[in-house]
Design a protein around this ligand. Structure first.
Ligand code: SF4
Length: 330
């Protein structure tokens, strides 16, 4: 049996706010297998990005992260800081939505790649130079020798994102955490970057957790997906199964709001209302004020994930009615 690469158990992240604690990530668990791409999906504020930052212990001081994050058998949340620093940027790398803020504007790209190589490899200076050229090549930046001497502002948005991926890959990570890596880019560049991540997954056998609000990206890129709402995972499973038969009313709503290929044209639907804020979570199922299937039980009890076939899970009291209703918009 294949060993799990990353095992997240009961991860909970709270922030102190005016003397009270608010929960941004609420007791979530998921696994990522070696070489697998897991998509974390949901609207803004659902807790996707906080999940990635909590895994990497990149949360601000006034927050608290509990649970267990086993990376190749070691708990990242309990790991001493010096050991964690070796893992972070070494075995596990992260790429962010906005490369402009993640790259250092006053250092040439060569220095920024070199820094990561120096911290996480034993390569000599000459070999680090060669590796930097290879990395630029790997992420599709031509004229690498000259480009390495340039500063981030001399690159376009798509090229800056490639630079950030080159820095993230300098240490040949086994896990890439990608937080909306293509959201700020136009569609052509988005396709190129996603294809690049998949090629690198194959080449380096790395696992990927991809945070996105874009279901098209999930369909094209991910093996499995976990749908987040109000800090919880409400449905997860293989992408084909979740797309084929959503079991949670929120997932059904999300899928109904994107065009489907290969079917008769049907109107796109939006989910009425807005996601709840951290301070005003509804009692019971957090989706109940927006849910057309909600009953009294949904307004008083919080559903937990129930396992179904093929590793598909959903936390909904009325999955049968959701399934019977078919796709939203169909
Ligand atoms: S538990 Fe109830 S409110 Fe929540 S998604 Fe299912 S039907 Fe809707």
């Amino acid at each position: 049996m294949t060993e799990v690469a990353l095992q997240v158990s009961n991860l909970t992240t709270t922030f102190g706010h005016q003397g009270t604690a608010v929960t941004a990530v609420d007791d979530i668990s998921f696994d990522v297998m070696p070489g697998e791409v897991l998509g974390l999906v949901g609207e803004s504020g659902s807790g996707k990005s906080v999940t990635l930052r909590s895994i990497m212990r990149l949360m601000p001081q006034h927050s608290s992260v509990t649970g267990r994050v086993l990376w190749q058998g070691r708990d990242l949340l309990a790991m001493p800081e010096p050991e964690l620093r070796k893992v972070r940027g070494g075995e596990i790398s992260m790429i962010f939505q906005e490369p402009t803020t993640a790259l250092n504007p006053v250092l040439p790209v060569a220095v920024q790649i070199e820094e990561n190589l120096r911290a996480h490899t034993t390569l000599s200076k000459a070999d680090r130079g060669k590796r930097s050229l290879e990395l630029m090549d790997l992420v599709g930046i031509s004229d690498a020798k000259r480009r390495l001497t340039q500063y981030p502002h001399q690159f376009s948005g798509g090229m800056r994102q490639r630079v950030m991926i080159a820095i993230a890959l300098a240490s040949t990570p086994k896990l890439l955490l990608a937080d909306e890596p293509t959201t700020a880019l136009d569609l052509t560049i988005q396709d190129q970057i996603l294809k690049l991540i998949l090629d690198l997954r194959d080449e380096l056998k790395m696992s990927v957790v991809l945070v996105t609000h874009d279901l098209g990206v999930v369909a094209a890129t991910c093996d499995r997906m976990a749908v987040m709402y109000a800090g919880r995972i409400v449905e997860s499973g293989p992408v084909a199964d979740v797309f084929g038969q959503p079991n949670h009313a929120y997932t059904r709503g999300l899928l109904g709001s994107v065009p489907r290929s290969g079917t008769e044209r049907s109107p796109l639907l939006s989910i009425e209302g807005t996601p709840p804020g951290l301070m005003n979570r509804p009692t019971g199922c957090a989706f109940n004020p927006r849910c057309e299937f909600a009953t009294d039980r949904c307004r008083s009890e919080n559903p937990v994930l129930q396992a179904m076939a093929h590793g598909h899970e959903a936390a909904c009291f009325h999955s049968d009615r959701v399934k019977a209703a078919g796709w939203a918009g169909s």
